[in-house]
Design a protein around this ligand. Sequence first.
Ligand SMILES: Nc1ncnc2c1ncn2[C@@H]1O[C@H](COP(=O)(O)OP(=O)(O)OP(=O)(O)O)[C@@H](O)[C@H]1O
Ligand SMILES: [Mg+2]
Length: 228
Amino acid sequence: MPRKTNPSIERMKSGIPGLDKLIGGGFMKGSSILVTGSTGTGKTILCCQFIHEGLKNGERCMYITFEELPEEITADALVFGWDFEKYEKSGKLTLTFKDPFQATDITTRLENEIIQNNITRVIIDSTSLLGLYFKNPNDIRRELYKLINALKSSGATAILTAEVPKDNGISRFGVEEYVADGVLILRMTTIASSTSRTLEIIKMRRTKIEGGSHPFIIGPDGVSLKSS
Ligand SMILES: Nc1ncnc2c1ncn2[C@@H]1O[C@H](COP(=O)(O)OP(=O)(O)OP(=O)(O)O)[C@@H](O)[C@H]1O
Ligand SMILES: [Mg+2]
């Protein structure tokens, strides 16, 4: 049973079948959500799905990738029938690769760009590579703190991903989970020849959440919760 939650808070549909009913109807509008998990758990697919949900409803979206090249993200999305190229051509989607070694100050300009272009959904995939650029952990933390706060004040709803080695805490740098409004962890367990995937909602500010591990699949339509 979906729980009662504050109805005055505007929600953004995640695009992930089965997720919204566990988080009060969707992500809080303007919130920044951290999605963490080890490699191959489905973070990028979930991000593409969230962006596609916005694009199909006519929203303007931005996908910043530090890891895969834009054409790889486009190819990843197309596997599920999400035609990012079409939306890039029509100006609804900005898909940008940022070289983590040249990421001087990623936060400057980003907030303005989001506001000026009326962008409602933003992805930063993934924050982990920033560790390559900033050698001092305090610099990384400061940069991530600034980045997440800039995203929050931009008014867009954002997902940031972090690749965290298996069973090794929630976030890579230990600041993201506190600054983010929400945290989701994706997990993957392989026993013999079968792989099972679960999603856990660690926090979602101002939202009553359904705790526990929620099994999900990656199927022809992307990520979907088994309970959906
Ligand atoms: N069409 C598909 N059908 C089923 N599963 C798929 C499909 N495409 C990809 N996958 C699964 O999704 C995984 C990749 O997901 P994704 O790229 O979102 O992971 P990730 O968490 O972003 O990993 P990384 O941290 O390395 O970027 C693949 O390893 C595969 O198991
Ligand atoms: Mg990825």
